[in-house]
Design a protein around this ligand. Sequence first.
Ligand SMILES: *[C@@H]1O[C@H](CO)[C@@H](O)[C@H](O)[C@H]1NC(C)=O
Ligand SMILES: *[C@@H]1O[C@H](CO)[C@@H](O)[C@H](O)[C@H]1NC(C)=O
Ligand SMILES: *[C@@H]1O[C@H](CO)[C@@H](O)[C@H](O)[C@H]1NC(C)=O
Ligand SMILES: *[C@@H]1O[C@H](CO)[C@@H](O)[C@H](O)[C@H]1NC(C)=O
Ligand SMILES: *[C@@H]1O[C@H](CO)[C@@H](O)[C@H](O)[C@H]1NC(C)=O
Length: 546
Amino acid sequence: MSNKTLQISLSFLLLLSLFSLLQVKADDPYRFFTWNVTFGDIWPLGVKQQGILINGQFPGPQIECVTNDNIIINVFNSLNEPFLISWNGIQQRRNSWQDGVYGTNCPIPPGKNFTYILQVKDQIGSYYYFPSLAMHKAAGAFGGFRILSRPMIPVPFPPPSGDYTILAGDWFKANHTDLKAILDRGQRLPFPDGILINGHGWNGNTFTVQQGKTYRFRISNVGLTTCLNIRFQGHRMKLVEVEGSHTLQNTYSSLDVCLGQSYSVLVTADQQPLDYYIAVSTRFTSPVLTTTAILHYSNSARGVAGPPPGGPTVEIDFSLNQARSIRWNLTASGPRPNPQGSYHYGLINTTRTIRLANSAPIINGKQRYAINSVSFIPADTPLKVADYYKISGVFYVGSIPDRPTFGGAYLQTSVMEANYREYIEIVFENYETTVQSWHIDGYAFFVVGMDGGQWSSSGSRKSYNLRDTVARYSIQVYPKSWTAIYMPLDNVGMWNIRSENWERQYLGQQFYLRVYTPSNSWRDEFPIPKNALLCGRAAGRKTRPL
Ligand SMILES: *[C@@H]1O[C@H](CO)[C@@H](O)[C@H](O)[C@H]1NC(C)=O
Ligand SMILES: *[C@@H]1O[C@H](CO)[C@@H](O)[C@H](O)[C@H]1NC(C)=O
Ligand SMILES: *[C@@H]1O[C@H](CO)[C@@H](O)[C@H](O)[C@H]1NC(C)=O
Ligand SMILES: *[C@@H]1O[C@H](CO)[C@@H](O)[C@H](O)[C@H]1NC(C)=O
Ligand SMILES: *[C@@H]1O[C@H](CO)[C@@H](O)[C@H](O)[C@H]1NC(C)=O
């Protein structure tokens, strides 16, 4: 190496280290929100209901932010009952303290407030937030949550001319306290009364487009009990993103969106300048409920006409094949500039297999739902808080088996133990005749396989997609079928694994995964927040003991 080259490389090195110093020092941006949660009248299906509003809005305000932003949300509970908000698909690295579910946070008492402090570390994509306690989700308080890519990170499609959110879900005319009372009595929920799109029924929303331009629609199923299917009359949807993964850009004329799931599609306004239906229907139900919104060309000559486009009928194979066709674009960037495919999820050996079977047992004369025969019941103290203060007797690790027992079902505050940095395979086994939807807090997972019949370790693994499946947070399991995922346990904490069917979730089809390391280091997990609310057997403790 000549002196000159040496000099250049030395100054280059200096520059590099300066840069990395700056990067460490530069604080990621902060975004502040103040939310007032109140009851208020809404008329989504033409009848007056008591909704849960955020700052007077139903659905609640949308959060829009950029990868690595800090999100500070001060939530004032002006209801007359305890309240919490949780974040579907927001990872909260090292920080299950912000997850806002029964097992991680004390409820915000009526008239009080709590400030969530989240960082959307290394995330992009489309998500939503929702109220996690009781049956509040049946009354509102949900909203969109989108994380944009940082300006320098390439996005694998041109910037769209508009970016719309569609929060769709089934809806009941009965209010949330009446629905909760039905479940508390041990009965099943009735069939829903309708479907809402962004809080409105039939033709209650208009999305305006200009002929020739392309628009992004971020579609989430925020409903309580049913998978949905969405169609744009006369138009095709190009799938570009699934819960933070950029996909191969397949086109679909109808797309299934199961409970808790989020998809981004591009729709080009390439038809005659008219108005068109956006139709959303319940999937795998009888009867089928449908609602519509309007895709309005700005130079439209005519309102919507004819019947809305029909959806698929039962056709489970169609849906299964569609789910399998959703692939990762290996060469596209995710939240970082490197290609998504540089993480070879399929080449890493799993260290443990967990098999989870759902069931719908009657326990003590009441309808319950269970996982591996255990039906979850909350404790008097959030599990995360009890764990932190080493309050014994609130829960026991290992209180749910990690494979189906097919034995008699029982009630338990179920917590499964797992080790930090393990790489696990989870198989969801559905022996029932209804479709299931599962969500895991704190982790994106790779959906390696799904099929009909019973999963077997020798046969089923041969069909796994170990190359280009997507990483996501919510996944469906078809009737009498299984779905398998791979999940790197890279996030220490107490994480909720739950059914996204709210009847099932409320009546016990959930548990907590305690991902543990003995290290006690801030590098692995944040300590309890200074503003943590304390309740139950932790009431009166100090949040940061010396
Ligand atoms: C929340 O809204 C209610 C009803 O409008 C109001 O009475 C209350 O003062 C508000 N609270 C906060 C903290 O803004
Ligand atoms: C729900 O409706 C019932 C009547 O069916 C009513 O008694 C109750 O107060 C309502 N609850 C709320 C929160 O609006
Ligand atoms: C409640 O809000 C106040 C500001 O109005 C804030 O100082 C306080 O930290 C909040 N409480 C919690 C528990 O976050
Ligand atoms: C995948 O992403 C790359 C890089 O952004 C893009 O050029 C390509 O068109 C994408 N491929 C498909 C099939 O979507
Ligand atoms: C995975 O396990 C196989 C068989 O035990 C072994 O040959 C391979 O080296 C392992 N791969 C990794 C990445 O550890």
